[in-house]
Design a protein around this ligand. Structure first.
Ligand SMILES: NC(=O)c1ccc[n+]([C@@H]2O[C@H](COP(=O)([O-])OP(=O)(O)OC[C@H]3O[C@@H](n4cnc5c(N)ncnc54)[C@H](OP(=O)(O)O)[C@@H]3O)[C@@H](O)[C@H]2O)c1
Length: 253
């Protein structure tokens, strides 16, 4: 299938490794040009050298409005048009209710919710110049069912889905497509860190035993789904929430 991504321009945030990197990689393999961001220049340089010449980077912390504004300004300085935005950030701190401070709540709100608000707000004028603009929000299976010891993810990510569904109504008539994707366990550094810090319930074997496919996903499997959803090939998918979880979510709907 031709995803029709040749020469289209994308911004993929939090993408020096992990899920964001896999999405940038899939888009580039289809012929798109991609800007990636992250907070650490060395990691971004390594990512760009692995991804090739159609990728450029901007050092940016998406949890701060100032950095998001500068990031979008930088993207605009290269081209006034953006065809797609993949909204991604680092994960909020793990912890139970009693372990989390107000500071944890507010900083995770900035990281998880306000990053999505600011990226959407400042990218809209560039996306309006595309003939088929698309925004894809990377969330988590935690928007469908709570994950143990991840209260902040369980509480805050649903706000991003609420925003996506509302924007689907507001921006659909203009030709925008907006969707969200919900990873279960995709084998990245973050998942390795969560496993190493937690008890037996989150060991690799116990996680795999709960997944009907009996394995974690590979980042490339996530990247391929996201590149499709961002592409013109998914032209009638709008306002959707897609799980990429090997069957882990147990609900019927
Ligand atoms: N992997 C999974 O199975 C899974 C499942 C559900 C949800 N998620 C969520 O998906 C997101 C990505 O996870 P991942 O597994 O790809 O993690 P990862 O392997 O740790 O990669 C995180 C990436 O985000 C960048 N980053 C972190 N904070 C950032 C910030 N404030 N601004 C800009 N870039 C930032 C990191 O680079 P720097 O550190 O250099 O900034 C890195 O490139 C997280 O929110 C995670 O909670 C992942």
């Amino acid at each position: 299938m031709d995803l029709k991504l040749k020469n289209r321009r994308f911004l993929v945030t939090a993408a020096s490794r992990g899920l964001g990197f896999s999405v940038a990689k899939a888009l580039v393999q289809e012929g798109a040009g991609v800007t990636i961001c992250g907070r650490t220049e060395d990691s971004l340089k390594k990512a760009v050298s692995a991804l090739g010449e159609r990728v450029r980077y901007v050092v940016s912390d998406v949890s701060t409005e100032k950095d998001v504004k500068r990031l979008i300004g930088d993207v605009q300085s290269v081209s006034p048009r953006l065809d797609g935005l993949f909204v991604n950030a680092g994960g909020p701190s793990p912890g139970t209710f009693s372990a989390l401070s107000d500071h944890d709540w507010y900083s995770s709100f900035d990281l998880t919710v306000m990053s999505a608000v600011h990226l959407t707000r400042y990218a809209l004028p560039l996306l309006r110049k595309s003939d088929g603009p698309s925004i894809l929000y990377s969330t988590s299976i935690s928007v469908k069912q709570p994950l143990e010891n991840l209260l902040l993810s369980n509480a805050l990510r649903p706000a991003v889905v609420g925003m996506m569904r509302t924007l689907a109504d507001e921006l659909g008539p203009e030709g925008f497509r907006l969707n969200a994707v919900c990873p279960g366990y995709i084998h990245t550094k973050r998942v390795e860190e969560i496993m190493s810090k937690s008890k037996d319930t989150e060991s690799e074997e116990s996680i795999k035993a709960r997944i009907p496919l009996r394995r974690m996903g590979q980042p490339d499997e996530y990247g391929a789904v996201c590149a499709f959803l961002l592409s013109p090939a998914a032209s009638y998918i709008h306002g959707a929430l897609l799980l990429v979880d090997g069957g882990l979510y147990r609900g019927m709907m």
